[in-house]
Design a protein around this ligand. Structure first.
Ligand code: FRU
Length: 494
Protein backbone atom coordinates (compact mmCIF):
# COMPACT_ATOMS: atom_id res chain seq x y z
CA UNK A 1 0.00 0.00 0.00
CA UNK A 2 1.38 3.39 -0.98
CA UNK A 3 1.27 6.06 1.70
CA UNK A 4 -0.44 9.37 1.02
CA UNK A 5 2.93 11.17 1.13
CA UNK A 6 4.42 8.86 -1.51
CA UNK A 7 1.36 9.01 -3.74
CA UNK A 8 1.49 12.79 -3.56
CA UNK A 9 5.19 12.89 -4.51
CA UNK A 10 4.64 10.46 -7.40
CA UNK A 11 1.70 12.45 -8.74
CA UNK A 12 3.66 15.71 -8.44
CA UNK A 13 6.77 14.48 -10.24
CA UNK A 14 4.73 12.90 -13.00
CA UNK A 15 2.66 16.01 -13.57
CA UNK A 16 5.41 18.63 -13.47
CA UNK A 17 8.58 16.92 -14.72
CA UNK A 18 7.22 16.94 -18.29
CA UNK A 19 7.84 20.68 -18.37
CA UNK A 20 11.61 20.13 -18.21
CA UNK A 21 13.02 19.82 -21.69
CA UNK A 22 15.75 17.23 -22.35
CA UNK A 23 18.10 19.91 -23.67
CA UNK A 24 17.79 21.83 -20.38
CA UNK A 25 19.30 18.88 -18.50
CA UNK A 26 22.74 17.28 -18.62
CA UNK A 27 22.86 14.75 -21.50
CA UNK A 28 24.50 11.82 -19.73
CA UNK A 29 24.80 12.83 -16.07
CA UNK A 30 21.86 12.21 -13.77
CA UNK A 31 19.76 15.18 -12.69
CA UNK A 32 16.63 14.83 -10.51
CA UNK A 33 13.33 14.15 -12.20
CA UNK A 34 12.20 17.47 -10.75
CA UNK A 35 13.23 19.64 -7.79
CA UNK A 36 16.24 19.03 -5.58
CA UNK A 37 18.73 16.17 -5.50
CA UNK A 38 21.69 15.47 -3.21
CA UNK A 39 23.51 12.25 -2.29
CA UNK A 40 23.45 9.08 -4.41
CA UNK A 41 21.73 6.30 -2.48
CA UNK A 42 21.31 2.56 -3.05
CA UNK A 43 23.71 2.46 -6.02
CA UNK A 44 23.50 -1.26 -6.84
CA UNK A 45 22.75 -4.04 -9.29
CA UNK A 46 19.30 -5.58 -9.05
CA UNK A 47 17.93 -8.21 -11.42
CA UNK A 48 20.64 -7.34 -13.95
CA UNK A 49 19.97 -3.59 -14.03
CA UNK A 50 21.76 -0.74 -12.32
CA UNK A 51 19.59 1.02 -9.77
CA UNK A 52 20.34 4.41 -8.34
CA UNK A 53 18.30 6.26 -5.75
CA UNK A 54 18.94 9.80 -4.63
CA UNK A 55 18.16 12.23 -1.84
CA UNK A 56 15.19 14.03 -3.29
CA UNK A 57 12.87 16.94 -2.58
CA UNK A 58 10.53 17.00 -5.58
CA UNK A 59 8.58 20.09 -4.53
CA UNK A 60 11.33 22.71 -4.89
CA UNK A 61 14.95 23.22 -5.90
CA UNK A 62 15.85 23.56 -2.21
CA UNK A 63 16.64 20.80 0.28
CA UNK A 64 13.48 19.76 2.17
CA UNK A 65 11.95 16.65 3.79
CA UNK A 66 13.93 13.91 2.12
CA UNK A 67 12.35 11.39 -0.23
CA UNK A 68 14.22 8.81 -2.32
CA UNK A 69 14.15 9.43 -6.08
CA UNK A 70 14.78 6.39 -8.26
CA UNK A 71 16.31 5.60 -11.67
CA UNK A 72 17.48 2.49 -13.56
CA UNK A 73 19.96 2.02 -16.35
CA UNK A 74 21.78 -0.61 -18.37
CA UNK A 75 24.98 1.46 -18.69
CA UNK A 76 24.97 3.90 -15.71
CA UNK A 77 24.90 6.82 -18.20
CA UNK A 78 21.43 6.78 -19.72
CA UNK A 79 18.99 6.61 -16.83
CA UNK A 80 15.22 6.02 -16.87
CA UNK A 81 13.18 7.71 -14.17
CA UNK A 82 11.03 5.47 -12.00
CA UNK A 83 8.46 6.73 -9.50
CA UNK A 84 9.87 8.04 -6.20
CA UNK A 85 10.73 5.03 -4.02
CA UNK A 86 10.20 6.39 -0.51
CA UNK A 87 8.63 9.37 1.26
CA UNK A 88 8.85 10.39 4.92
CA UNK A 89 5.62 8.76 6.06
CA UNK A 90 6.32 6.90 9.32
CA UNK A 91 6.78 8.15 12.87
CA UNK A 92 10.48 7.15 12.82
CA UNK A 93 11.23 8.88 9.48
CA UNK A 94 8.70 11.70 9.60
CA UNK A 95 11.41 14.35 9.11
CA UNK A 96 13.20 12.57 6.29
CA UNK A 97 14.43 9.38 4.67
CA UNK A 98 18.14 10.18 4.70
CA UNK A 99 20.92 8.46 2.79
CA UNK A 100 21.44 4.71 2.62
CA UNK A 101 22.14 1.74 0.41
CA UNK A 102 20.59 -1.26 -1.37
CA UNK A 103 21.25 -4.95 -1.97
CA UNK A 104 19.56 -7.83 -3.77
CA UNK A 105 18.33 -10.46 -1.29
CA UNK A 106 18.74 -14.18 -2.07
CA UNK A 107 14.93 -14.45 -2.46
CA UNK A 108 15.02 -11.90 -5.31
CA UNK A 109 13.70 -8.89 -3.38
CA UNK A 110 15.54 -5.60 -3.05
CA UNK A 111 16.55 -4.45 0.42
CA UNK A 112 17.00 -0.75 1.21
CA UNK A 113 18.73 0.38 4.42
CA UNK A 114 18.41 4.09 5.16
CA UNK A 115 18.42 6.62 7.96
CA UNK A 116 15.05 7.62 9.39
CA UNK A 117 15.01 11.08 10.95
CA UNK A 118 12.62 12.16 13.64
CA UNK A 119 12.96 15.51 15.30
CA UNK A 120 12.12 15.94 18.95
CA UNK A 121 11.66 19.15 20.87
CA UNK A 122 13.88 19.42 23.91
CA UNK A 123 12.91 21.06 27.18
CA UNK A 124 14.67 24.29 26.18
CA UNK A 125 12.55 24.42 23.01
CA UNK A 126 15.32 23.54 20.55
CA UNK A 127 14.93 20.68 18.10
CA UNK A 128 17.11 17.61 18.24
CA UNK A 129 17.02 14.89 15.62
CA UNK A 130 16.94 11.20 16.46
CA UNK A 131 18.56 9.28 13.62
CA UNK A 132 17.92 5.56 13.32
CA UNK A 133 18.63 2.94 10.65
CA UNK A 134 15.55 1.52 8.94
CA UNK A 135 14.72 -1.05 6.26
CA UNK A 136 12.40 -1.16 3.27
CA UNK A 137 11.90 -4.18 1.03
CA UNK A 138 10.58 -4.19 -2.52
CA UNK A 139 10.48 -5.45 -6.08
CA UNK A 140 12.55 -2.72 -7.74
CA UNK A 141 9.56 -0.37 -8.05
CA UNK A 142 7.53 -0.37 -4.83
CA UNK A 143 8.84 -0.74 -1.30
CA UNK A 144 7.32 -1.58 2.07
CA UNK A 145 8.90 -0.18 5.18
CA UNK A 146 9.84 -3.01 7.51
CA UNK A 147 7.60 -3.79 10.53
CA UNK A 148 10.68 -4.10 12.79
CA UNK A 149 11.89 -0.53 12.05
CA UNK A 150 14.03 0.99 13.29
CA UNK A 151 16.54 -1.85 13.16
CA UNK A 152 19.38 0.18 14.72
CA UNK A 153 18.79 2.97 17.19
CA UNK A 154 20.17 4.74 20.25
CA UNK A 155 20.82 1.49 22.12
CA UNK A 156 23.10 0.25 19.33
CA UNK A 157 25.44 3.24 19.53
CA UNK A 158 28.49 2.82 21.80
CA UNK A 159 28.97 5.17 24.77
CA UNK A 160 30.56 8.48 23.82
CA UNK A 161 29.12 8.37 20.28
CA UNK A 162 26.09 10.20 18.91
CA UNK A 163 22.61 8.94 18.11
CA UNK A 164 21.66 12.41 16.84
CA UNK A 165 24.31 12.23 14.13
CA UNK A 166 24.13 8.53 13.27
CA UNK A 167 23.45 8.09 9.57
CA UNK A 168 24.05 6.94 5.99
CA UNK A 169 24.38 3.13 6.35
CA UNK A 170 26.24 1.48 3.45
CA UNK A 171 25.60 -2.27 3.27
CA UNK A 172 27.73 -4.93 1.67
CA UNK A 173 27.87 -8.72 1.63
CA UNK A 174 30.49 -10.35 3.85
CA UNK A 175 32.67 -13.10 2.38
CA UNK A 176 30.83 -15.66 4.61
CA UNK A 177 27.50 -14.71 3.01
CA UNK A 178 26.31 -12.48 5.85
CA UNK A 179 25.72 -8.72 5.74
CA UNK A 180 27.62 -5.77 7.14
CA UNK A 181 27.15 -2.03 7.07
CA UNK A 182 29.22 1.03 7.91
CA UNK A 183 27.44 4.03 9.45
CA UNK A 184 28.67 7.63 9.81
CA UNK A 185 28.82 9.06 13.32
CA UNK A 186 30.67 11.47 15.58
CA UNK A 187 32.10 11.38 19.08
CA UNK A 188 30.99 13.67 21.91
CA UNK A 189 33.60 16.27 20.90
CA UNK A 190 32.10 16.40 17.39
CA UNK A 191 34.92 14.53 15.67
CA UNK A 192 34.05 11.98 12.94
CA UNK A 193 33.79 8.21 13.27
CA UNK A 194 32.60 5.15 11.35
CA UNK A 195 30.72 2.37 13.16
CA UNK A 196 30.48 -1.21 11.88
CA UNK A 197 27.33 -3.35 12.20
CA UNK A 198 26.61 -6.88 11.03
CA UNK A 199 23.62 -9.09 10.31
CA UNK A 200 23.11 -12.71 9.29
CA UNK A 201 19.91 -12.13 7.32
CA UNK A 202 19.88 -8.40 6.49
CA UNK A 203 17.00 -7.82 8.90
CA UNK A 204 18.38 -8.21 12.37
CA UNK A 205 21.48 -6.06 12.94
CA UNK A 206 24.01 -5.73 15.79
CA UNK A 207 26.89 -3.42 16.66
CA UNK A 208 30.39 -4.77 16.01
CA UNK A 209 33.07 -2.12 16.42
CA UNK A 210 34.37 1.39 15.76
CA UNK A 211 35.97 0.92 12.39
CA UNK A 212 37.81 4.23 12.26
CA UNK A 213 37.66 7.66 13.85
CA UNK A 214 39.10 11.05 13.15
CA UNK A 215 40.29 12.31 16.57
CA UNK A 216 39.62 15.73 15.08
CA UNK A 217 42.22 15.28 12.38
CA UNK A 218 39.97 14.95 9.33
CA UNK A 219 36.92 17.13 9.85
CA UNK A 220 33.90 16.80 12.09
CA UNK A 221 30.92 14.47 11.56
CA UNK A 222 31.85 11.76 9.04
CA UNK A 223 28.97 11.32 6.58
CA UNK A 224 28.25 8.78 3.85
CA UNK A 225 30.86 6.06 4.41
CA UNK A 226 31.68 3.23 2.03
CA UNK A 227 34.03 0.31 2.73
CA UNK A 228 35.40 -2.21 0.24
CA UNK A 229 38.39 -4.25 -0.87
CA UNK A 230 40.22 -2.99 -3.95
CA UNK A 231 43.40 -4.26 -5.61
CA UNK A 232 44.60 -6.07 -2.50
CA UNK A 233 43.96 -3.12 -0.18
CA UNK A 234 40.97 -1.98 1.86
CA UNK A 235 39.37 1.38 1.13
CA UNK A 236 37.22 3.52 3.40
CA UNK A 237 35.53 6.52 1.78
CA UNK A 238 33.81 9.17 3.84
CA UNK A 239 32.61 12.76 3.53
CA UNK A 240 33.64 14.81 6.58
CA UNK A 241 31.89 18.05 7.45
CA UNK A 242 33.88 21.14 8.41
CA UNK A 243 37.28 20.03 7.16
CA UNK A 244 40.40 22.12 7.49
CA UNK A 245 42.57 22.28 4.42
CA UNK A 246 45.94 20.52 4.38
CA UNK A 247 48.20 21.92 1.66
CA UNK A 248 46.19 21.74 -1.55
CA UNK A 249 43.79 19.10 -0.18
CA UNK A 250 40.38 19.38 1.50
CA UNK A 251 39.48 22.95 0.50
CA UNK A 252 35.73 22.47 0.16
CA UNK A 253 34.62 22.72 3.79
CA UNK A 254 32.50 19.63 3.34
CA UNK A 255 35.23 17.42 1.96
CA UNK A 256 35.76 13.84 0.90
CA UNK A 257 38.42 11.49 2.12
CA UNK A 258 39.77 8.19 0.84
CA UNK A 259 41.54 6.10 3.50
CA UNK A 260 43.60 3.23 2.10
CA UNK A 261 44.76 0.49 4.45
CA UNK A 262 44.36 -3.13 5.50
CA UNK A 263 41.37 -4.91 7.03
CA UNK A 264 41.44 -8.01 9.21
CA UNK A 265 37.91 -9.42 8.97
CA UNK A 266 38.53 -11.96 11.78
CA UNK A 267 39.54 -9.21 14.22
CA UNK A 268 37.24 -6.60 12.56
CA UNK A 269 40.13 -4.19 12.52
CA UNK A 270 40.86 -1.57 9.87
CA UNK A 271 44.38 -0.19 9.81
CA UNK A 272 44.41 3.13 7.99
CA UNK A 273 47.71 3.75 6.18
CA UNK A 274 47.13 6.58 3.70
CA UNK A 275 44.64 9.43 3.42
CA UNK A 276 43.91 11.60 0.41
CA UNK A 277 41.19 13.81 -1.04
CA UNK A 278 39.02 11.95 -3.54
CA UNK A 279 38.35 14.83 -5.93
CA UNK A 280 40.30 18.08 -6.25
CA UNK A 281 37.61 20.19 -7.91
CA UNK A 282 34.86 22.36 -6.47
CA UNK A 283 31.79 20.10 -6.55
CA UNK A 284 32.03 16.56 -5.25
CA UNK A 285 30.44 14.98 -2.19
CA UNK A 286 28.96 11.82 -0.68
CA UNK A 287 30.36 9.23 -3.13
CA UNK A 288 28.97 5.69 -3.13
CA UNK A 289 30.20 2.59 -4.98
CA UNK A 290 28.96 -0.67 -6.43
CA UNK A 291 30.61 -3.77 -7.81
CA UNK A 292 29.67 -4.61 -11.42
CA UNK A 293 29.02 -8.18 -12.54
CA UNK A 294 32.45 -8.21 -14.21
CA UNK A 295 34.14 -7.16 -10.96
CA UNK A 296 34.69 -3.43 -11.45
CA UNK A 297 34.38 -1.11 -8.45
CA UNK A 298 32.45 1.94 -9.71
CA UNK A 299 31.92 5.17 -7.77
CA UNK A 300 29.33 7.90 -8.30
CA UNK A 301 29.00 11.10 -6.26
CA UNK A 302 26.85 14.17 -5.86
CA UNK A 303 28.53 16.70 -8.19
CA UNK A 304 27.86 19.54 -5.82
CA UNK A 305 29.00 20.82 -2.48
CA UNK A 306 26.79 22.10 0.30
CA UNK A 307 28.61 25.43 0.42
CA UNK A 308 28.09 26.19 -3.26
CA UNK A 309 24.60 24.70 -3.59
CA UNK A 310 23.03 28.15 -3.83
CA UNK A 311 24.83 29.11 -7.02
CA UNK A 312 22.61 28.29 -9.97
CA UNK A 313 20.50 30.32 -12.36
CA UNK A 314 17.05 31.47 -11.22
CA UNK A 315 14.06 29.74 -12.72
CA UNK A 316 15.55 26.24 -13.07
CA UNK A 317 13.17 23.39 -12.30
CA UNK A 318 15.85 20.94 -11.20
CA UNK A 319 18.94 21.24 -9.09
CA UNK A 320 21.78 18.78 -8.41
CA UNK A 321 23.74 16.43 -10.66
CA UNK A 322 25.65 13.21 -10.17
CA UNK A 323 29.23 12.80 -11.39
CA UNK A 324 30.16 10.38 -14.10
CA UNK A 325 30.39 6.86 -12.70
CA UNK A 326 34.12 6.20 -12.30
CA UNK A 327 36.07 2.95 -12.25
CA UNK A 328 38.37 2.79 -9.25
CA UNK A 329 41.78 1.27 -8.65
CA UNK A 330 44.56 1.63 -6.13
CA UNK A 331 47.99 2.19 -7.67
CA UNK A 332 51.15 3.09 -5.76
CA UNK A 333 49.05 3.71 -2.65
CA UNK A 334 46.78 6.24 -4.40
CA UNK A 335 43.21 6.11 -5.62
CA UNK A 336 42.94 6.06 -9.42
CA UNK A 337 39.62 6.98 -11.07
CA UNK A 338 38.62 6.92 -14.73
CA UNK A 339 35.25 7.38 -16.44
CA UNK A 340 33.44 4.05 -16.79
CA UNK A 341 34.31 2.35 -20.07
CA UNK A 342 30.61 2.42 -21.07
CA UNK A 343 31.23 6.07 -22.00
CA UNK A 344 33.27 4.95 -25.02
CA UNK A 345 30.11 3.48 -26.53
CA UNK A 346 28.59 6.98 -26.62
CA UNK A 347 31.48 8.41 -28.62
CA UNK A 348 30.30 10.16 -31.77
CA UNK A 349 32.30 12.22 -34.25
CA UNK A 350 36.06 12.14 -33.67
CA UNK A 351 38.43 15.03 -34.35
CA UNK A 352 42.13 14.46 -33.69
CA UNK A 353 45.44 16.31 -34.04
CA UNK A 354 49.01 15.26 -33.35
CA UNK A 355 52.10 17.26 -32.43
CA UNK A 356 50.43 20.65 -32.67
CA UNK A 357 52.73 23.48 -31.49
CA UNK A 358 50.97 25.62 -28.86
CA UNK A 359 51.87 29.25 -28.15
CA UNK A 360 49.54 32.25 -28.42
CA UNK A 361 45.90 31.54 -27.56
CA UNK A 362 44.36 29.73 -30.53
CA UNK A 363 41.57 27.35 -31.56
CA UNK A 364 41.63 24.15 -33.55
CA UNK A 365 39.13 23.46 -36.29
CA UNK A 366 36.41 21.10 -35.12
CA UNK A 367 37.36 21.36 -31.43
CA UNK A 368 34.44 22.97 -29.62
CA UNK A 369 31.25 21.91 -27.84
CA UNK A 370 29.67 21.36 -24.43
CA UNK A 371 28.89 17.60 -24.62
CA UNK A 372 32.18 15.89 -25.30
CA UNK A 373 35.08 13.73 -24.17
CA UNK A 374 38.49 15.17 -25.04
CA UNK A 375 42.01 14.00 -24.21
CA UNK A 376 45.02 16.27 -24.51
CA UNK A 377 48.58 14.99 -24.24
CA UNK A 378 51.05 17.77 -23.70
CA UNK A 379 54.82 17.63 -24.14
CA UNK A 380 57.71 20.05 -24.15
CA UNK A 381 59.47 20.69 -27.40
CA UNK A 382 62.87 19.00 -27.06
CA UNK A 383 64.89 22.24 -27.07
CA UNK A 384 62.57 24.43 -24.97
CA UNK A 385 60.48 23.25 -21.99
CA UNK A 386 57.18 25.14 -21.64
CA UNK A 387 56.33 26.97 -18.42
CA UNK A 388 52.57 27.29 -18.53
CA UNK A 389 49.70 25.70 -20.41
CA UNK A 390 46.14 26.93 -20.43
CA UNK A 391 42.99 25.37 -21.76
CA UNK A 392 39.83 27.46 -21.88
CA UNK A 393 36.45 25.79 -22.37
CA UNK A 394 32.78 26.75 -22.27
CA UNK A 395 34.16 29.93 -23.78
CA UNK A 396 32.01 32.69 -25.27
CA UNK A 397 32.35 36.41 -25.71
CA UNK A 398 31.93 37.06 -21.97
CA UNK A 399 32.59 33.78 -20.20
CA UNK A 400 35.02 30.91 -19.91
CA UNK A 401 36.26 28.29 -17.50
CA UNK A 402 39.84 27.11 -17.56
CA UNK A 403 42.57 24.72 -16.59
CA UNK A 404 46.05 26.13 -16.08
CA UNK A 405 49.09 23.91 -15.63
CA UNK A 406 52.27 25.45 -14.24
CA UNK A 407 55.05 23.11 -15.31
CA UNK A 408 57.53 24.82 -12.96
CA UNK A 409 55.55 23.89 -9.83
CA UNK A 410 53.60 20.88 -11.21
CA UNK A 411 50.38 22.53 -10.02
CA UNK A 412 47.16 22.26 -12.02
CA UNK A 413 44.41 24.81 -11.37
CA UNK A 414 40.77 24.53 -12.36
CA UNK A 415 38.66 27.67 -12.35
CA UNK A 416 35.11 28.77 -13.12
CA UNK A 417 35.66 32.30 -11.85
CA UNK A 418 34.66 33.69 -15.26
CA UNK A 419 31.90 31.17 -15.96
CA UNK A 420 29.06 33.57 -15.14
CA UNK A 421 28.24 32.05 -11.76
CA UNK A 422 25.53 33.86 -9.81
CA UNK A 423 27.75 33.94 -6.70
CA UNK A 424 31.27 35.31 -6.74
CA UNK A 425 32.98 33.15 -4.14
CA UNK A 426 36.38 31.62 -4.74
CA UNK A 427 35.87 29.46 -7.77
CA UNK A 428 39.18 27.71 -8.18
CA UNK A 429 41.03 24.73 -6.81
CA UNK A 430 44.56 23.45 -7.27
CA UNK A 431 46.35 20.14 -7.03
CA UNK A 432 49.82 18.75 -7.57
CA UNK A 433 50.11 16.45 -10.52
CA UNK A 434 52.88 13.98 -11.17
CA UNK A 435 55.64 15.42 -13.28
CA UNK A 436 56.31 12.97 -16.09
CA UNK A 437 59.19 14.92 -17.61
CA UNK A 438 56.90 17.70 -18.79
CA UNK A 439 54.31 15.30 -20.22
CA UNK A 440 50.78 15.81 -18.98
CA UNK A 441 47.61 14.00 -19.98
CA UNK A 442 44.29 15.74 -19.39
CA UNK A 443 40.94 14.15 -20.14
CA UNK A 444 38.11 16.66 -20.04
CA UNK A 445 34.51 15.48 -20.04
CA UNK A 446 31.93 18.22 -20.61
CA UNK A 447 28.18 17.75 -20.26
CA UNK A 448 26.35 21.09 -20.65
CA UNK A 449 26.41 22.07 -16.95
CA UNK A 450 29.60 20.40 -15.74
CA UNK A 451 33.26 19.72 -16.36
CA UNK A 452 35.20 16.72 -15.06
CA UNK A 453 38.93 16.43 -15.51
CA UNK A 454 40.98 13.23 -15.19
CA UNK A 455 44.73 13.78 -14.98
CA UNK A 456 47.34 11.28 -16.14
CA UNK A 457 44.90 8.39 -16.61
CA UNK A 458 43.05 9.04 -13.36
CA UNK A 459 45.74 10.02 -10.85
CA UNK A 460 43.61 13.06 -9.97
CA UNK A 461 40.03 13.99 -10.74
CA UNK A 462 38.63 17.54 -10.59
CA UNK A 463 34.88 18.15 -10.93
CA UNK A 464 32.80 21.29 -11.10
CA UNK A 465 29.41 22.45 -12.25
CA UNK A 466 29.15 25.37 -14.68
CA UNK A 467 25.97 27.19 -15.58
CA UNK A 468 27.44 29.22 -18.45
CA UNK A 469 24.95 29.78 -21.32
CA UNK A 470 25.19 27.01 -23.96
CA UNK A 471 26.22 29.50 -26.65
CA UNK A 472 29.62 29.59 -24.89
CA UNK A 473 30.99 26.46 -26.52
CA UNK A 474 34.50 27.49 -27.57
CA UNK A 475 37.75 25.76 -26.60
CA UNK A 476 41.18 27.39 -26.85
CA UNK A 477 44.78 26.44 -26.14
CA UNK A 478 47.67 28.58 -25.02
CA UNK A 479 51.22 28.03 -23.73
CA UNK A 480 54.10 30.09 -22.42
CA UNK A 481 57.24 28.50 -23.77
CA UNK A 482 56.97 25.96 -26.55
CA UNK A 483 54.61 23.03 -26.03
CA UNK A 484 53.50 20.28 -28.36
CA UNK A 485 50.07 18.76 -28.01
CA UNK A 486 48.03 15.80 -29.21
CA UNK A 487 44.25 16.28 -29.05
CA UNK A 488 41.54 13.69 -29.50
CA UNK A 489 37.95 14.82 -29.13
CA UNK A 490 34.72 12.84 -29.36
CA UNK A 491 31.28 14.34 -29.29
CA UNK A 492 29.04 12.36 -26.96
CA UNK A 493 25.85 11.12 -28.58
CA UNK A 494 23.12 9.96 -26.23
C1 FRU B 1 25.20 14.30 3.10
C2 FRU B 1 23.94 14.28 3.97
C3 FRU B 1 23.80 12.94 4.65
C4 FRU B 1 22.34 12.87 4.91
C5 FRU B 1 21.76 13.56 3.70
C6 FRU B 1 20.50 14.31 3.97
O1 FRU B 1 25.14 15.15 2.03
O2 FRU B 1 24.01 15.34 4.90
O3 FRU B 1 24.60 12.80 5.80
O4 FRU B 1 21.89 11.56 5.03
O5 FRU B 1 22.75 14.43 3.22
O6 FRU B 1 19.91 14.74 2.78
Amino acid sequence: MLSEALEKARAYEEKYSVFIKDEDRPAFHLSPRIGWMNDPNGFSLFRGQYHLFYQYHPYSTQWGPMHWGHVVSADMLRWTYLPAAMAPDQAYDQNGCFSGSALELPDGRQLLLYTGVRERRREDGTLKAAQTQCLAVGDGLNYEKHPLNPVLDEKDVPAGFSHHDFRDPKMYRRPDGGYACVVGDRTDDGSGAILLYESDDGESWHYVTILDRSYNEYGKMWECPDFFALDGQQVLLTSPQDMSQVGLEFHNGNGTVCCIGAYDDALKRFHRQRVQAIDYGIDFYAPQTLLTADGRRVMIAWMQNWDTAVAYPAGTKWFGQMTLPRELHVRDGRLIQTPIRELDALHGRRVAYENVPVGEESNLKGIYGRVLDMTITLRSQPSKPYELFRLKFAKGSQHYSDLVYDARTSILRISRTHSGCTRDFVHERECFVRDRGGELKLRLVLDRFSAEVFVNDGEQALSMTIYTPMTANGISFEARGAALMDVEKYDIIV
